[in-house]
Design a protein around this ligand. Structure first.
Ligand SMILES: Cc1ncc(COP(=O)(O)O)c(C=O)c1O
Length: 391
């Protein structure tokens, strides 16, 4: 067992605020750190956090490892119950177990949704910018992609319903929703979601809603509402995707679930996975069972910490970013610098961000502030220096 493992666990059990501690991830092949392993570049790109997963999640994995056989595994009843309890407790949405389809990831889920509803010559509407794997789903499912930009009023990014109505064709089958939104950090309000539900119903669109960031609400006024929970009509047209992996920082133990109320859509979704999608591994399910069952104070502590980090990023980015309502990702407008690839330019200043172009937002960068504050402060110093020089 490497030294960082013990120091984290000890610290995790003896100190309530574990989030300040810098845990050395080098040597674990962590994507975030491996990218810049030979460079003095601090990574604030891919969406995982530099925090230890909580003890109750790590203990659940340890507990499963006390049995030495890690074979093919059916979904444990405890996982289903933990998820259904979580969905009702946190979002007031009570659903029966037979609506669930467990998956080895949310990206898998939205690609399966696209395949399940695809028809020859069909199209998929995608509000942009968006988490980049969405952008590939139309082509993956042999559908046409229709990208419609979100618009910002300086305070928040919103869907442009006029532009969406104008862009929607008679063969559009599906609308991709990301709520809370990666990369803009929006948590859509009930009225926006109701308007979107009407938009979909009127045009007979299915909606696939990726709600993986729904527990990471930083704005105390925001409330996460699963779009499918609004009414039965939109529920019947929906695939909603959840996972505990972002919130509890276990994205390397992928485990996700699709909630699909309509029986035919659910069957088509299941059929689309045939021969392609493996079942979820037993360690992943053990971790997610513990995470969905969480009623401790860990998440509130995490959210408070992230709020503090958000304030620091906002102080440096100023009006270049809208306040982040949810997620630990800031979407920062660097178009004023006139650079084709601002994230690449910023690497020269020792800071590794995600390039907006990837998300269909050229000129922007995405800054992941899910990390210990001493690291963030160092990164922000570099960022501020870079902005001063490049402006
Ligand atoms: C909006 C969104 N959906 C899905 C994922 C990835 O989910 P998974 O690893 O379960 O495929 C991410 C990861 O960053 C994300 O931000």
């Amino acid at each position: 067992m490497p030294a960082w493992y013990f120091s984290t666990r000890m610290q995790n059990t003896t100190n309530d605020n574990t989030f300040d501690q810098i845990i050395d991830r080098r040597g674990t092949y962590a994507s975030k750190w491996h990218k810049y392993r030979d460079q003095d570049v601090l990574p604030f790109w891919v969406a995982d956090m530099d925090f230890a997963a909580p003890d109750f999640v790590l203990d659940a994995v340890q507990e499963r490892l006390t049995h030495p056989i890690l074979g093919y595994t059916r979904t444990p009843d405890a996982l289903t119950e933990a998820f259904l309890g979580w969905l009702e407790r946190r979002h007031g949405w009570r659903v029966p177990a037979h609506w669930l389809v467990w998956l080895p990831g949310v990206v898998t889920g939205f690609n399966l949704a696209a395949r399940a509803v695809a028809e020859p010559g069909g199209a998929i509407m995608i509000p942009t910018p968006i988490y980049y794997p969405f952008l590939a789903t139309p082509e993956n499912a042999n559908q046409q992609g229709i990208r419609v930009p979100l618009v910002s009023d300086g305070e928040r990014w919103v869907m442009d319903f006029d532009a969406m109505a104008a862009a929607c064709t008679s063969n559009t089958r599906l609308l991709m929703l990301c709520n809370p939104q990666n990369p803009t950090g929006r948590s859509y309000s009930e009225s926006e979601l109701r308007a979107l539900a009407e938009f979909c119903k009127q045009r007979e669109l299915y909606v696939c809603s990726d709600e993986i960031h729904c527990s990471l609400l930083l704005d105390p006024k925001a409330r996460h509402i699963p779009i499918a929970s609004l009414d039965e009509d939109i529920a019947a047209r929906s695939v909603t995707l959840f996972a505990a992996t972002k919130t509890y920082n276990i994205p390397g133990l992928s485990c996700a679930v699709a909630v699909i109320p309509d029986a035919k859509l659910r069957n088509d979704f299941r059929a689309a996975r045939a021969g392609l999608v493996p079942d979820v591994g037993p360690l992943n399910m053990a971790a997610s069972t513990a995470a969905f069952g969480d009623t401790s104070s860990w998440l509130n502590q995490l959210l408070d910490y992230l709020r503090g980090n958000h304030a620091l990023v906002q102080a440096v980015a100023g009006k270049r970013m809208t306040p982040v309502q949810a997620t630990y990702l800031a979407w920062i407008d660097l178009t004023g610098l006139g650079l084709d690839a601002p994230a690449t330019a910023l690497e020269e200043y020792g800071i590794g961000l995600s390039e907006g172009e990837q998300f269909a937002g050229p000129g922007f960068v995405r800054f992941n502030f899910g990390c210990p504050r001493p690291l963030l402060e160092q990164g922000l110093e570099r960022f501020q220096h870079a902005l001063a020089e490049l402006s």
